[in-house]
Design a protein around this ligand. Structure first.
Ligand code: NAG
Ligand code: NAG
Ligand code: NAG
Length: 522
């Protein structure tokens, strides 16, 4: 019953299973294993020292690294001829990561670059900071911490692509944007056998992690830009609001740090509105570079402006206009939608209300009264009109054992008037969906880049997770989008916003599916 305060992977669960595996492997290890591990680390240390000397010498004289010093990164030009890519650093929880994913799709469309689709990062593993307070991690810092988390995901076998969960197939087939899986891209760009990262052999895995760290440090722009290979964007929400068309490039934004803040934090920043196409597109320094790396692409409305990206319309560009319309709402993949519908149709089998009650996480602890009051009012009005019992699907982070003494406990006891339903980790429907997702492997099935098929095949063979991270939250959200008696959410929760969007866009009724939900409608 514990699921509102986390996104996709439940690290606890994963670690448990992994450590069980490891424990089983332990006794088989011979002393030679540790000896070779020791030797390997010495070798690696030697290697590190060796490769880092020329780099630091060079960085002193110029910000741009010459490719000649990095023969291993000439892949930039050779293995992926002509193709240009866009990378960015998502952060925070799933909802944030999804909104940044949409912004990345938009940027990739405008700049005509192939979007590198990232994995879903661990909940709050990466934090941006506060744009309104001008206190954020720099793009470079955030790219590096994303990289650390990605390696951790690979290493522990929890890697799930955004495209495993979010359906981008229609977008890609519309040709408005091109995409490549991050692992596939890294195989090509770093010239690495990424599938080794999924190997059960510890040595292979360790050495892969080290190579990945090096490559990631370069891709993050740790050493500055690399000729024709990498352009790392340094602008962030402290200095820049990206816009597109119809505005003066470089004009001041309406939101600026006030005098007090400038004094207190010694800020010299000015926020300018810059045209992303003019700054990073054709004719710019960045245009010809293979990889363009942004930092966070987080934005939100703030004081009449936007914090970082202000592109809501593109009247002069029908292609981007239609892209903006398409990404307004991105649905879960069909496996998830179908499971949500299945629960509505086959288990609840009647019109129902959805109650999303976030009671434990952070600020929500202090708002039980208001949260329950909203539900009570809704139920009171339903009781006046509808038949009984009233069916309610409950999604909450409060464990069932703690319902006693709360309004939820009272509802559960009053079986003459209410019937409650909920989903739990490990329920058949949930595990069934996880298996289907692992089998579908959407994240690796959309390669548009020539020469990537070998890498894809290897990854599919070795890197499909044996246990797919649970998808309970997404199924619950889908069930709630099917609730024809209405939806009562917790104010201020991103889950509430996400369900409202699904309901608005008719996820439950509009998409193709195995089951008919029509009779659930009132
Ligand atoms: C976008 O990029 C693709 C592939 O690099 C290229 O074939 C196409 O002509 C470009 N489109 C525009 C509008 O520049
Ligand atoms: C829930 O119940 C457990 C065990 O009964 C207790 O330890 C815990 O503090 C309770 N949590 C809340 C939020 O009431
Ligand atoms: C769904 O509804 C359509 C039309 O009402 C019907 O023909 C079809 O058999 C139904 N499918 C299922 C799986 O119940």
């Amino acid at each position: 019953m514990f699921r509102l305060n986390r996104t996709i992977a439940t690290p606890k669960l994963w670690n448990k299973r992994k450590s069980q595996q490891q424990q089983q492997q332990q006794p088989r290890r011979s002393p030679f294993f540790f000896l070779s591990l020791f030797l390997l680390s010495i070798l690696f240390f030697f290697f590190l020292t060796y490769t880092f000397i020329p780099k630091s010498l060079f960085s002193n004289s110029s910000k741009t690294i010459n490719e000649a010093l990095y023969p291993q990164y000439t892949h930039c030009k050779t293995q992926i001829p002509g193709e240009k890519f866009l990378w960015y650093a998502p952060h925070s929880g799933f909802s944030n990561q999804l909104s940044e994913f949409k912004n990345a799709i938009l940027m990739a469309g405008i700049l005509n670059r192939t979007l590198i689709v990232p994995p879903i990062l661990d909940h709050h593993a990466v934090a941006l900071g506060s744009c309104p307070k001008f206190r954020v991690q720099s793009p470079k810092e955030i790219r590096l911490s994303v990289w650390d988390n990605v390696i951790e995901l690979l290493r522990s076998g929890r890697y799930v692509s955004m495209a495993d969960i979010i359906d981008i197939s229609a977008l890609l087939s519309s040709s408005l944007v091109r995409a490549i899986d991050f692992r596939v891209f890294m195989s090509l760009w770093c010239g690495l056998n990424m599938d080794l990262a999924c190997s059960y052999e510890l040595n292979a895995r360790l050495s892969m992690v080290d190579s990945l760290k090096q490559c990631g440090s370069l891709l993050s722009g740790n050493d500055g830009n690399i000729d024709q290979c990498l352009f790392a964007v340094d602008e962030d929400c402290r200095t820049t609001v990206w816009m597109y068309q119809n505005e003066v490039n470089g004009a001041l934004d309406s939101f600026q740090p006030d005098e007090q803040l400038k004094k207190k934090r010694k800020i010299s920043y000015v926020r300018r509105r810059r045209d992303v196409y003019k700054t990073l597109g054709p004719g710019s320094e960045a245009e010809s570079v293979t990889v363009l790396a942004f930092g966070s692409l987080f934005t939100a409305p703030y004081k009449g402006s936007e914090l970082y990206i202000d592109i809501q319309k593109a009247p002069g560009d029908p292609r981007i206009k239609s892209l903006i319309k398409k990404i307004e709402f991105l649905s879960f993949v069909p496996e998830i939608i179908n499971s949500g519908k299945e629960l509505a149709v086959q288990t609840i089998k009647a019109p129902f209300l959805c109650a999303q009650l976030r009671l434990l996480d952070g600020q929500f602890k202090n708002h039980w009264k208001a949260t329950f009051l909203g539900l009570k009012q809704k139920l009171d009005s339903l009781r006046q009109t509808g038949s009984r019992p009233i069916h309610i699907f409950v999604m909450t982070d409060l464990p069932q054992g703690n319902w006693t003494g709360t309004y939820l406990g009272a509802l559960a006891r009053d079986s003459a008037n209410f019937r409650l339903y909920f989903l739990r980790e490990g329920d058949l429907l949930v595990t069934k969906t996880e298996k289907k997702l692992a089998l579908a492997g959407h994240g690796l099935r959309f390669e548009s880049v020539p020469g990537s098929m070998v890498a894809v095949a290897k990854l599919e063979k070795h890197c499909s997770p044996d246990i797919f991270p649970d998808v309970l939250l997404y199924i619950e959200e889908t069930v709630c989008s099917c609730a024809s008696l209405g939806f009562v959410g917790t104010a201020g929760s991103t889950i509430e916003e996400s369900i409202e969007a699904m309901r608005k866009f008719g996820t439950c009724y509009n998409s193709n599916s195995d089951s008919n939900v029509t009779y659930i409608r009132l």
